[in-house]
Ligand binder design. Structure first.
Ligand code: B12
Length: 402
């Protein structure tokens, strides 16, 4: 059998921070949990996340007949939080994974290089060709279940995989292969009695340990949801405009990782190797994206400017209309009258989704200028859903002035 340490060393040389190996056996518990969550409506809003999908994603041999092993990899993405800017303009918050380049684009070439190397390294070890299937997030694979079984980390109560040294600030990826390799064991660590994350979630999206209600998760609402954000959740979203890190930021394991990064303290991972704790360049906040962008200018982005500004950024996924919808909600929550003219402008946006959420924000901020603009918009508006939003905003304003 080949030396698994050589394989792991190669993973580290490609920039992965943790590499572990598990068998290609199926993941029956993950499959059962996924099917239960779907049946309970907890995965609603993700139409592609079906029970049938789990019959593939939890069975590596469906993805690669004769699959023997899975190499599971983690890449640390935490970078230093830039200084807070207090310039008096309303600002939004972007989750850390989206401050820099899109991780899919950064990880895929590393996986391809890894697979090419493995093919050479394993030459002659198995009859026939070495086969690999590469996964990072979007593929039909259960990234966290693989990582847990391979001992890369443990299941946190906020459902994220926590690792020794880096906490949950890691992206996960896998290589499924027909190469037999010795498997690592799961770690014994767990969250103990800590439940800080469950109580910190502003939308109560973590109703119980290890259970996430997708329909309430701010990450889902700001990234994946294509339509309107439910009215009752909007006031709870603060100024988050893309993703959410709250359940990760409050986690004591993650706080230690952040501290290490600040101090540039090296990490000894499971007594295995010493690692330099350096933030990765590609995940540092880019000038065009940043971690807390000014909100008002975002409202006037054209489709083309959106594409240009968020090129290579995960934010592209929300599309212009999703991002502007989120910006409206954040501006409504911040409540700064400075945003009123831009929101009045957004009442004319070509996207009904943006017009509707701009109306909501104006209703929250209030004032005579906002009220008049809403009334005028109601006269001209042709979209039924937007009319409802405007009416709701006007009713709210009326009840506040009574
Ligand atoms: C769908 C999805 C989402 C959805 C839905 C989340 C969800 N409910 O899973 C949304 C859009 C909300 C989302 C949000 C985020 N996501 Co996401 N997402 C995924 C995706 C594509 C599938 C996840 C999945 O299978 N969910 C199904 C549910 C049932 O699985 P689960 O919650 O992990 O449940 C497991 C455990 O809880 C455990 N379990 C269940 N009960 C019990 C009980 C006990 C006692 C124990 C010990 C364990 C246990 O078993 C379950 C099955 O393995 C994966 C990529 C992939 N292909 O796997 C990325 C992935 C999970 N996401 C990731 C990230 C980074 C995020 C965000 C942090 C992004 C952000 N900053 O906004 C948030 C985190 C939100 C949160 N607290 O989970 C990373 C997580 C990395 C990590 N360290 O864990 C992944 C792995 C992508 C990647 N390749 O890096 N995500």
């Amino acid at each position: 059998m080949l030396n698994p340490l050589t394989i792991k060393e190669y993973a580290y040389s490609l920039g992965f921070d943790i590499a572990r190996i598990t068998t290609a056996d199926s993941f029956p518990i993950a499959e059962q949990v996924i099917k239960e969550r779907i049946a309970q409506g907890l995965m609603e809003g993700l139409p592609w996340f079906t029970a049938q999908r789990s019959e593939v994603s939890c069975h590596p041999d469906v993805l690669l007949p004769d699959a023997q092993s899975i190499i599971t990899l983690a890449l640390f993405y935490l970078t230093q939080q830039p200084d807070e800017i207090n310039d008096g303009t309303p600002r939004g918050r972007i989750s850390r994974y989206a401050w820099g380049d899109d991780y899919h684009e950064s990880i895929k070439p590393r996986l391809q290089q890894f697979a090419a190397w493995l093919r050479e390294y394993a030459r002659g070890e198995i009859p026939g060709e070495l086969e690999t299937r590469l996964f990072v997030d979007t593929g039909r694979m259960v990234d966290r279940a693989v990582a847990q079984r391979a001992g890369l980390g443990w299941n946190g109560k906020n459902t994220n995989i926590l690792t020794k040294g880096w906490g949950s600030w890691v992206f996960l990826a896998e290589i499924v292969t027909n190469l037999p390799l010795p498997a690592d064991k799961p770690v014994k660590t767990n969250c103990g009695s800590c439940e800080i994350c469950l109580h910190a979630c502003p939308t109560q999206a973590l109703p119980a340990p290890y259970v996430l209600d997708n329909t309430r998760c701010i990450s889902f609402l700001t990234i994946e949801l294509r339509g309107s954000i439910p009215l009752e959740l909007r006031p709870l979203m603060g100024n988050l405009i893309f993703g959410c890190d709250i359940c990760q930021e409050v986690c004591p394991v993650n706080i230690v990782a952040e501290r290490r990064l600040e101090l540039r303290q090296d990490v000894n991972v499971g007594g295995e190797r010493e690692v330099r704790f350096e933030p990765r360049l590609e995940f540092r906040p880019r000038a065009t994206v940043g971690s807390s962008p000014e909100l008002i200018p975002l409202l006037s982005l054209t489709e083309e400017q959106f594409r240009e500004r968020f090129r290579r950024s995960p934010i592209r996924r929300a599309k212009r209309r999703g991002l502007l919808r989120n910006v409206c909600v954040a501006l409504g929550n911040i409540g700064d009258p400075l945003a009123v003219p831009a929101l009045i402008g957004a009442l004319q946006d070509h996207e009904p989704l943006v017009r509707g959420h701009a109306a909501w924000a104006l209703g929250r901020i209030g004032g005579e200028e906002a009220r008049q603009a809403l009334q005028e918009a109601l006269q001209k508006e042709e979209d039924g859903e937007v009319c409802k939003e405007i009416q709701y905003a006007l009713d709210g304003l009326k009840s506040r002035t009574r």
